[in-house]
Write a protein that binds this ligand. Structure first.
Ligand code: SF4
Length: 220
């Protein structure tokens, strides 16, 4: 599947962005994109102000490893103030609606800003990650943001991912060594137990079909 990426990027006219959210998948997607000469690539992350304490250090590690800057997009300060007034520190766990409100302010709105003026964005999504991602395609039209979305890892298994990371000596977020299988905001991400699903540590109090933050709305 990696061989399709250069062909897809060749067909995209205009600026391309890569969403880096500190996942193992993102570090692989970044390596693939840089290796196929995506020179005008903007690598960005959404700093929700709720990240793990180790995340800024890992951010710097990745920038140094690939010799590329990772641009941070932040939530609107007034919207965060309102959010915190309404929900307090842990209120995002109160209901699905409250969690979506927090994700909207801290992730969804900053993502729209990050994608402004871009022709396409690259993600590290894999279809096998969860029920919410099962119908994913390598190339999709993102109606919500009105641009192409490229998912080069769509058909990768977890074993493919691990083998690629080891083969290329790619740096991983330190939480992976502590039993985490996915990296997100500190209040909404925990380590997973042996045999648990890889997304089980995200919003663990919710049903699997709800485990998305609104960044990856499917058209169908
Ligand atoms: S993952 Fe949790 S803390 Fe992060 S934006 Fe969503 S609800 Fe808020």
């Amino acid at each position: 599947m990696e061989m399709y990426l250069p062909r897809i990027l060749d067909r995209i006219k205009g600026p391309v962005a890569l969403a880096f959210s500190y996942q193992a998948e993102d570090v692989v997607a970044l390596q693939l994109a840089l290796h196929c000469g995506a020179e005008s690539l903007e690598v960005f992350t959404l700093d929700t102000l709720k990240l793990f304490p180790e995340t800024p250090g890992y951010h710097e590690t990745v920038e140094a490893f690939f010799q590329v800057p990772i641009k941070r997009y932040y939530p609107d300060p007034e919207a965060v103030q309102d959010l915190e007034k309404k929900l307090g520190e842990w209120g995002m766990r109160g209901s699905l609606e409250d969690r979506h409100y927090c994700c909207h302010v801290r992730k969804v709105a900053p993502l729209s800003q990050a994608l402004q003026g871009k022709s396409a964005w690259i993600t590290g999504l894999r279809a096998a990650q969860s029920v919410t991602r099962s119908g994913l395609q390598i190339l999709e039209y993102d109606e919500q943001h009105q641009l192409m979305k490229i998912n080069p890892l769509v058909s990768w298994s977890e074993a493919d991912l691990t083998a690629y990371i080891q083969r290329h000596g790619l740096p991983l977020h330190p939480r992976y060594a502590a039993g985490f299988k996915s990296i997100g905001c500190a209040p909404c991400t925990r380590a997973v137990k042996e045999g648990e699903d890889i997304r089980a540590g995200r919003w663990w109090w919710e049903n699997p079909e709800h485990k998305e933050c609104g960044l990856h709305v499917r058209n169908n």
